[in-house]
Ligand binder design. Structure first.
Ligand code: SAM
Length: 357
């Protein structure tokens, strides 16, 4: 790390967490605020380097959506250790962004073994320029959709992503050498994220969650909730209502939400007025202080309560007890051991029963 000068990878204007406010970001310009800019460059700070995919955006920095950054130094250090990077391994980084982490990877494996894919052409160009200027001319940067991997450089000993996925792309499995590893942040629509480390063998990638780290989602896997669209007056009038029988506090428990997120893919969670909502592509639930209103093909809150009860009976396992298996047959979460798959709900139990009949 001391050999990679992080400031060389940062643009003059960046954004950092706004510690003067409750959430949000503040803009930092090297020309007008040099002390804060340099402190951010060499602090353990994720420095945002692009917002709103580089498109025109609102000027109020508080409300921006970050879309690229120079990763948090402690996070990439933990990732390098978790991926067991070592000299001579061939590494593909997904989400090259500023090139900062690719420079760190180059220092470990050798720059001619480091390949980065970045979807945003402007970012890829500036990463290339920064890497060249910092002496990493032999590291490769390509512009492309990292979900496809990068075939010309394959096979890789490691694929390391610094952009999160909700579905691990099969090309990553196919482009990793048998015995190699994929390390990627994994997100669910419900909330929590974790870094999963998958060992590739026999056309499958299998492994546990190893670190509680969060990254921005890859372009191509961002999913917006449909709650506002589905929550109409007609739907409200037609919703099924019952008295709240279970404490909805588990909707604020990160461990519970991580487990539920694995089992309820595509289900989002939010807050509206004094209540909480959940939504899928065709259903929603609204939970106030006394009632549950549910609409659509699924009873989403009831599903969540049943899964939460089961999770508690299993001893309320935390993220590090879960893992994933990825292969041509899809992506399956498991608990403790790869043979202990946990159920994944993508439709109502009734719809599943009808299909079976
Ligand atoms: C958190 S940043 C990565 C930071 C980088 N490791 C660094 O230290 O500079 C995530 C990056 O992933 C890129 N990205 C998003 N979707 C992608 C995709 N489908 N393929 C390749 N890159 C993608 C974003 O444009 C962004 O630059």
């Amino acid at each position: 790390m001391p050999r990679v000068q992080r400031h060389r990878f940062l643009p003059e204007q960046v954004w950092i967490d706004d510690d003067r406010a409750d959430g949000g970001y503040r803009s930092v310009d090297r020309r007008t605020d040099p002390d804060l800019w340099w402190n951010s460059a060499y602090g353990n700070v994720a420095v945002v380097t692009q917002v709103e995919d580089g498109l025109p955006h609102r000027l109020d920095p508080h409300w921006i959506t970050p879309t690229s950054s120079a990763s948090l130094p402690s996070a990439v250090a933990q990732m390098a250790a978790a991926a067991e990077l070592a000299p001579g391994l061939k590494v593909l980084e997904i989400g090259a962004a500023t090139g900062y982490n690719l420079a760190l990877i180059s220092e470990i494996v050798g720059q001619d073994h480091a390949v980065g894919v970045e979807i945003d052409p402007a970012l890829a160009t500036s990463a290339r320029a920064a890497l060249d200027a910092a002496g990493y001319q032999k590291a490769t940067v390509v512009t492309g959709d990292g979900q496809q991997g990068y075939v010309p450089g394959a096979p890789y000993d490691r694929i390391v992503s610094t952009a999160a996925v909700m579905s691990v792309p099969l090309p990553w499995v196919n482009q990793t050498r048998p015995g190699g590893m994929i390390l990627t942040p994994f997100a669910t629509t419900l909330c929590g994220q974790g870094m999963v480390r998958l060992r590739v063998d026999g056309g499958q990638a299998v492994g546990p969650f190893v670190l509680p780290l969060e990254f921005m989602l890859v372009r191509g896997q961002r999913r917006a909730a449909r709650f506002d669209e589905l929550f109409t007056d007609e739907a409200w009038a037609a919703s099924r209502v019952h008295l709240l029988a279970a404490d909805p506090a588990f909707l604020d428990d990160r461990d519970a939400l991580f487990a539920l997120g694995l089992q309820l893919p595509g289900v989002h969670l939010g807050t509206k007025a004094d209540g909480r909502w959940m939504s899928s592509k065709d259903s929603w639930a609204y939970i106030d202080s006394a009632h549950v209103f549910q609409w659509g093909t699924r009873d989403l809150f009831d599903e969540a309560v049943a899964l939460h009860d089961r999770w508690q009976k299993q001893g309320a396992p935390g993220m590090l007890r879960y893992g994933l298996t990825v292969g041509v047959a899809g992506q399956h979460p498991w608990l403790d051991t790869p043979d202990n798959f946990i159920p994944v709900r993508t439709r109502s139990a009734a719809a599943t029963d009808t299909r079976r009949r």
